[in-house]
Structures are given as structure tokens and as C-alpha cells.
Design a protein around this ligand. Structure first.
Ligand SMILES: Cc1cc2nc3c(=O)[nH]c(=O)nc-3n(C[C@H](O)[C@H](O)[C@H](O)COP(=O)(O)O)c2cc1C
Length: 297
């Protein structure tokens, strides 16, 4: 069974033990947030660890979380960025990579929307010229062994470029986890916007699993705003603009999608890179933004 199936198990954790993370987990987080960040435009991102979760909840009540409702956790990350789309994407990519790797240390996580970034930054009182784009709740999941159970077989075996420990091989049955996820074919077009592919066509291109896995990536409000357009050996990613005009959320989601796509392609034996793309040769409609092109090498 393929390593790639780890991606299907990624889920947000919203209930945590009150106790803090253990030393090994804390040390992983400390290392992961130490710059430089291994992602394009990583210098535009600044991630801070907020150890005292209770203090953060008091300070940020009403300012962060969907409808101002914070998720209670023993610790948080504060994600600061230069307020530009490429920096939001870098943050989405790098932080999601961190959260994915964190599962190996039994660290549960959940992205938290920051509705009032200026006020929230002021309340936290941290010195930085960057903007607060998101928080992440961190802690041990309350559900017993939620993550550990799944990763118990993962420590050994194959090294991965994404994790010092490697994800290893483990044996799980893949199944569609969510009935509300979009059908795979809705995510992918061939050559031009609207030209959908069937499951069989995707399978023939060795891409069905990759796109299926993409549906498990987190996104703001679970919008899953991404569309992929196959252009020869390259893949273009477009993100639907949300109605709130919230460019930060869209591009965080974009960066998250880029990470999972990259990881999935790597683990399937393809290697490639995301590049910026400015022209629209694919008839992508105005309510979508092209955020990049993945070139297979
Ligand atoms: C940028 C961003 C902001 C988010 N903000 C919140 C939030 O404030 N509160 C929350 O409960 N979940 C938040 N989420 C988590 C999503 O709701 C979640 O990823 C999505 O519903 C899919 O569920 P899953 O992660 O369990 O697969 C956020 C996710 C992203 C990517």
C-alpha cells in the first residue's frame, strides 16, 4: 500500500488535552519554525510559537476563529507574512508541510482564521513588521491515540525529503472519507477551462489518485477552491476568489494545495516545481485566479 495514503488521513483537530506538548514534540516545532523556511519566498514569512494558550485565548477572544470563536488549545502558532499573495502562498505551503509532519509527533493541529489581523497582532504584542495572517492551534488530540494509532508503523523504512524521520510504509485501506468532497473530475480540466476528464482518463494519466488525495487538503471553510488544468506535462492551479474579497485566505488555500500536490507528485515518482504564471491561456474565468504552474521535470 502506498505511502501517499497518509494524505487521506489528514484532518483538523479541534479538541485538545489541556496539558502542553511533550519535549520531543516541542523540539520538532521549535526547529520547524526556525528560519530560513525551505519554500519559495520563505523569507516573507515569520512563524512564532505562542506557548501559553490560555493567555492567547483571552487576548484574541472575538478576533480569531470562524465568527470570532477561537479553538481552545494549549499552544498556538502565529503566522506573520508580508501582505502579498505570494507570501500568503508561501505561508500556506510551509505551514501545511509543518502540520503534516507534526502528525508524526502526535501533534494535532487546526488552522484558525484571523478576522481582525491588526487588532489581533496588537493584542499579542509581538514585534514584527509583518501582518498576522493566521493562527494554528497545537496540542495533543483529546481523542485517544487519534494520530499515534495511525502513525504507529511509520517511523522506520523509507526516508522522505519532507520529514527527517520519513513517512515509511504503512498498510491502510484507502476509502473516500467525505461524501461532501467534490467528485474528482470536478477538480481537473484538460487543456482549457471546463474540459473535464473522466475517472478513466485520469487513471490512464496516472493522476487519479493524486487528484483524489487533493480533496483531503484543508481550506478555509472547507471551500476546496482549487481547479487544476493539465497542459501537456504541466499542471496549472487556479483558485476561486471568495466572496469576502479575502485574498489572504484564498492564497493560503492555494499554498496548501501546492504543498499537497507537490508531495503527492513526489511520492508517485514525479518531480517538478511550482512557478508563477501570469498569462491566462486557458480561459480561466474572472472569479478565479491562476496561482501557478507545476512543471514536471
Ligand atoms: C486558512 C484556513 C483557515 C481556517 N480557519 C478555521 C477556523 O477559524 N476555525 C476552524 O474550526 N477551522 C478552520 N479551518 C479548518 C477548515 O475548516 C478545515 O480544514 C476544513 O473544514 C476541512 O476539514 P479537515 O481539515 O478536517 O479535513 C481553516 C482552514 C484554513 C486552510
Amino acid at each position: 500500500m502506498s505511502q501517499i495514503q497518509a494524505l487521506t488521513k489528514r484532518k483538523s483537530v479541534r479538541e485538545y488535552h489541556k496539558r502542553g506538548l511533550k519535549a520531543e514534540a516541542l523540539s520538532f516545532i521549535e526547529q520547524a519554525i526556525r528560519p530560513p523556511y525551505a519554500v519559495a519566498n520563505g523569507d516573507l514569512v515569520d512563524i512564532r510559537f505562542l506557548e501559553n494558550g490560555t493567555d492567547v485565548q483571552t487576548k484574541l477572544a472575538g478576533l480569531a476563529g470562524y465568527a470570532g470563536v477561537m479553538i481552545e488549545a494549549p499552544h498556538y502558532l502565529a503566522v506573520f507574512v508580508e501582505p502579498t499573495p505570494k507570501a500568503y502562498r508561501a505561508a500556506g505551503y510551509y505551514v501545511e508541510k509543518l502540520l503534516f509532519d507534526a502528525m508524526e509527533y502526535n501533534i494535532g493541529t487546526c488552522w484558525i482564521h484571523v478576522g481582525q489581523p491588526e487588532a489581533a497582532k496588537a493584542r499579542l504584542g509581538l514585534e514584527t513588521d509583518k501582518s498576522l495572517v493566521a493562527l494554528v492551534a497545537l496540542g495533543e488530540p483529546l481523542e485517544e491515540n487519534a494520530i499515534a494509532k495511525f502513525f504507529q508503523r511509520i517511523k522506520a523504512n523509507k526516508p522522505s525529503v519532507y520529514s527527517p524521520g520519513g513517512y515509511g510504509d504503512f498498510d491502510v485501506q484507502y476509502e473516500e472519507r467525505r461524501s461532501d468532497r467534490h467528485a474528482t473530475v470536478d477538480l481537473v480540466y484538460l487543456d482549457t477551462w471546463g474540459n473535464s476528464l473522466t475517472h478513466d482518463e485520469l487513471e490512464q494519466r496516472n493522476l487519479l489518485e493524486i487528484y483524489t488525495l487533493m480533496k483531503n487538503a484543508p481550506s478555509w471553510g472547507n471551500r476546496q477552491p482549487w481547479k487544476f488544468i493539465i497542459d501537456g506535462h504541466d499542471i496549472v492551479l487556479a483558485i476561486e476568489n471568495n466572496e469576502r474579497g479575502d485574498v489572504a485566505s484564498d492564497n493560503l488555500d492555494g499554498g496548501i494545495a501546492m504543498f499537497y500536490f507537490d508531495l503527492a507528485m513526489n511520492q508517485r515518482g514525479f518531480s517538478g516545481q511550482w512557478h508563477p504564471l501570469y498569462e491566462n491561456n486557458y480561459r480561466v474565468p474572472g472569479d478565479y485566479t491562476i496561482v501557478g504552474k507545476y512543471t514536471v521535470e
